[in-house]
Design a protein around this ligand. Structure first.
Ligand code: HEM
Ligand SMILES: *[C@@H]1O[C@H](CO)[C@@H](O)[C@H](O)[C@H]1NC(C)=O
Ligand SMILES: *[C@@H]1O[C@H](CO)[C@@H](O)[C@H](O)[C@H]1NC(C)=O
Ligand SMILES: *[C@@H]1O[C@H](CO)[C@@H](O)[C@H](O)[C@H]1NC(C)=O
Length: 313
């Protein structure tokens, strides 16, 4: 797996998703746009390929944005809304670490050229793992909902399971989607509490492998909020199962990653993924991504088709 890039892996996932999910979801139609505008999918893919081949590091943030959008008010693009008084979802703290907004505007621009403004921003979020389109954009975006709605990296297993269950996702989805952390980067601020004075005895988190903790301390000195580390050291650009093997060895970066070992079911499933090395993961990931993409989808009067990704009409 080591030599394949994120781009290739994500492309693989799309073909998996397209192969496996021909069925219709509530009010959503697979291939809705491709029927009406056969050129839309290639247009989106072209832009994303171009953007990502210019800067590989933009693939992970795109995936993460989709997650954040879906967990707050459902997958309706409210995440992209701007507020003049800085009170929208994107103004909330978790967003401070999100990259890649400019990609979506590029995609939107290209798509509008291709089919004159009839595509919602929410659809633009997930071109790589599903082709379920036809959804509308939300009109509401509230900062406080992003703070309370997003699961923090310090979450324990009960909080994680509940957060996913509240959105119709099960323990398998939780483990598989956490596998996203096989790519990308994190700021020290997201996990440095685990390195220093974790229990008040000037110690590190006892559930974190001590050798790994020592390495992380070299990158994140006390009080350092801004330095970045690879989430999956050694293969952070590759979409593979190494996340699961590392977490099983107590080398998950966040408490939320480590927590997957604190429940019989999630632990067993994590080990299963670690041992199976690949095909099951890609298939399962595609399935869970499609499930996540269905959270709170707006298809009727409640939404609109936004002309500019960041503003309600
Ligand atoms: C299970 C609960 C989850 C928690 C607590 C969580 C938390 C985090 C945190 C704290 C970061 C690092 C942010 C930073 O410091 O820059 C991160 C990065 C990331 N997350 Fe998650 N996450 C979760 C689930 C997910 C899911 C479901 C996905 C996608 C399906 C995802 C995709 C990503 C990606 C791709 C990155 C790397 C972003 C980059 O390189 O800029 N995460 N996550
Ligand atoms: C949220 O992200 C966007 C895009 O990077 C940025 O313009 C905005 O200022 C961010 N919000 C805050 C509060 O920094
Ligand atoms: C998990 O975290 C939540 C929220 O912080 C807390 O209320 C709960 O008691 C914790 N559960 C366990 C088993 O530690
Ligand atoms: C570590 O935590 C304990 C208990 O919260 C606190 O009394 C102590 O001052 C902390 N030490 C440092 C170096 O921050």
């Amino acid at each position: 797996m080591g030599s394949l890039t994120v781009l290739l892996q994500l492309t693989l996932l799309v073909s998996f998703a397209i192969l496996i999910f021909q069925a219709n979801g509530q009010g959503l139609k697979v291939g809705f746009y491709p029927y009406k505008w056969p050129n839309l999918e290639p247009v989106i893919k072209d832009v994303i390929y171009k953007v990502i081949s210019e800067d590989r590091t933009l693939a992970p943030p795109l995936q993460r944005m989709h997650f954040h959008d879906c967990f707050i008010r459902g997958c309706e693009g409210s995440f992209l809304l701007e507020s003049p008084t800085k009170q929208a979802e994107k103004d909330a703290f978790p967003n401070l670490t999100l990259r890649g907004f400019q990609i979506l505007d590029k995609v939107k621009l290209a798509v509008e050229k291709a089919c004159s403004g009839d595509v919602s921003s929410a659809d633009i979020m997930g071109p790589f793992w599903e082709v379920e389109t036809g959804r509308k954009d939300g009109k509401v975006s509230i900062l406080n909902e992003a703070l309370t709605g997003l699961i923090p990296p310090s979450a324990n297993i009960s909080t994680l399971k509940k957060g996913f269950a509240d959105r119709g996702l099960n323990m398998k989805d939780l483990v598989v989607l956490s596998g996203s952390h096989t790519i990308g980067i994190s700021h020290c601020s997201s996990f440095s509490n685990r390195l220093y004075n974790f229990t008040g005895k000037n110690d590190a988190d006892p559930t974190l492998d001590s050798e790994y903790a020592a390495k992380l301390k070299q990158k994140c000195k006390p009080g350092d909020q801004n330095s970045i580390v690879e989430m999956d050291p050694g293969s952070f650009k590759t979409f593979d199962v190494s996340y699961f093997t590392l977490v099983a060895k107590r080398r998950g970066l966040f408490e939320s990653d480590a927590a997957l070992l604190n429940d019989g079911e999630t632990k067993a499933y994590l080990k299963f993924q670690a041992l199976n090395k690949g095909p099951t993961f890609f298939k399962d990931f595609g399935e869970s991504m499609v499930k996540m993409g269905r959270i709170g989808v707006i298809t009727g009067e409640g939404g609109e088709i936004r002309k500019v990704c960041t503003k309600v009409n």
